[in-house]
Write a protein that binds this ligand. Structure first.
Ligand SMILES: Nc1ncnc2c1ncn2[C@@H]1O[C@H](COP(=O)(O)OP(=O)(O)OP(=O)(O)O)[C@@H](O)[C@H]1O
Ligand SMILES: [Mg+2]
Length: 300
C-alpha cells in the first residue's frame, strides 16, 4: 500500500482525541469512536494518537478485529491486547495479582492451559468482565491506559459485549478506549450495528466522523507522499478520488507505475515492499480478503 509521510488535516479530530486522553488521565474513562468509510484514514489517525500517547507515558494496547468465516474468535482483540500488556516490562502480575492470573488463563494469553473452560460455556461472563475492569483499574493506578480496538465492524459479539460493559462501568478509571469503525460495513449486520449504536450512545462516548479530504488536502497528501507523482497529474487524481486518501494514494501509485519511471520509493527506502510501515502485510491481506468477500473496496 502507498503511504504519505505526514498526517494531512485531521487537526480538529486530533484535538478531540487529545481532550479524550486528558479526561482519561484525570480519571474520567472515555470511549472515542472513529468512524468513516474504508480508506478515509481511521487507522492513520489512531496511529498518530498512539505515537503521541506513548510519548507521554500512556500504556497503549492495540487489538484488531478480523473477519473469520464460519464462526467467531471470542474476545479476539482483547486476547491480543492482554498479550501486549503481559509482555510489557512491568509485569501486571504485581499490580493485579490473582485476577491477572485468572484472565491470562481464561483468555489463554500465554502459558499452559489450566483446563479452565472457555468463558462462553463455563466461567460466568460477569466474572470475566469484572476481572478485565479490575486489571484495567490496577494498571490505571500506575499510568493511564489507552486500549485501541481496530475495525470493530468485524468484532465478535463477546468483544462487543465487553466493550459495552466497560463503557458503562469504567467510570473513574484512567482509561481511554479508542475504536475504529468502517460504518458503511455495518449495513449488513444488524446485531453489530445495534451493539456499536449502544456504545456510541454511552455517556462517556465521543463520536469522531472522518469526512473526505478537500481538494487542497489531497494535493498536500500527494505532494508529501512517497509515490512522487508529478504535480501535473495531481488534478486527475483529485477528480477521481472523492477525497479518499487510500484511493488517492493508490491511483497516484498506479499512474506513477504506468509512467514507467524509476521504482517507487517507500518509507523504508528503495526496493522495500510497498506495505504500510506501521501495519505490515496483514493489512494487505485484509483488504484483499475484503475484495474476495465482495465487500466494498476502493477502486484502483
Ligand atoms: N490524513 C492523512 N494524512 C496522510 N495519509 C493518510 C491520511 N489519512 C489516510 N492516509 C493514508 O491513506 C491510507 C489509508 O488510510 P487508513 O488505512 O488509515 O484508512 P482506514 O480508514 O483505516 O481504512 P480501512 O477502513 O480500510 O481500515 C494509508 O496509507 C494512510 O497512511
Ligand atoms: Mg483501518
Amino acid at each position: 500500500m502507498e503511504s504519505a509521510r505526514l498526517l494531512i488535516a485531521r487537526q480538529r479530530e486530533l484535538q478531540v482525541l487529545d481532550a479524550c486522553l486528558t479526561s482519561a488521565r484525570s480519571g474520567q474513562a472515555t470511549v472515542a469512536l472513529i468512524r468513516g468509510e474504508s480508506g478515509i484514514g481511521k487507522s492513520r489517525l489512531a496511529e498518530t494518537l498512539i505515537e503521541q500517547a506513548r510519548r507521554s507515558g500512556v500504556l497503549v494496547a492495540l487489538g484488531h478485529c478480523t473477519p473469520v468465516s464460519g464462526g467467531e474468535l471470542p474476545f479476539g482483540p482483547f486476547v491480543e491486547m492482554l498479550s501486549q500488556i503481559a509482555a510489557a516490562p512491568d509485569s501486571p502480575e504485581e499490580v493485579a495479582g490473582t485476577t491477572w492470573e485468572l484472565l491470562r488463563t481464561v483468555l489463554t494469553v500465554s502459558g499452559p492451559s489450566s483446563g479452565v473452560a472457555s468463558p462462553d460455556v463455563g466461567l460466568g461472563r460477569s466474572r470475566l468482565f469484572t476481572s478485565v475492569l479490575w486489571v484495567l483499574h490496577h494498571l490505571g493506578e500506575r499510568q493511564p491506559v489507552m486500549a485501541v480496538v481496530e475495525d470493530i465492524h468485524w468484532a465478535d459479539s463477546s468483544s462487543l459485549d465487553l466493550l459495552n460493559f466497560l463503557a458503562r462501568t469504567a467510570g473513574q478509571e484512567r482509561l481511554l478506549i479508542v475504536l475504529t469503525c468502517r460504518d458503511d460495513a455495518l449495513a449488513r449486520d444488524p446485531h453489530t450495528r445495534r451493539a456499536i449504536g449502544n456504545l456510541s450512545r454511552a455517556d462517556v462516548s465521543r463520536d469522531i466522523h472522518l469526512k473526505p479530504l478537500t481538494a487542497n488536502q489531497v494535493r498536500q497528501l500527494l505532494a508529501t507522499s512517497d509515490v512522487q507523482l508529478p504535480a501535473t497529474q495531481h488534478n486527475k487524481v483529485i477528480d477521481l478520488c472523492d477525497g479518499n486518501p487510500f484511493i488517492a494514494l493508490e491511483l497516484a501509485g498506479t499512474r506513477r507505475r504506468a509512467a514507467g519511471r524509476r521504482p517507487i520509493r517507500t518509507a523504508r527506502g528503495r526496493g522495500a515492499r510497498a506495505v504500510h510501515p506501521a501495519r505490515g502485510p496483514g493489512e494487505l491481506h485484509r483488504k484483499h480478503g475484503r475484495q474476495q468477500r465482495g465487500e466494498p473496496s476502493p477502486p484502483h
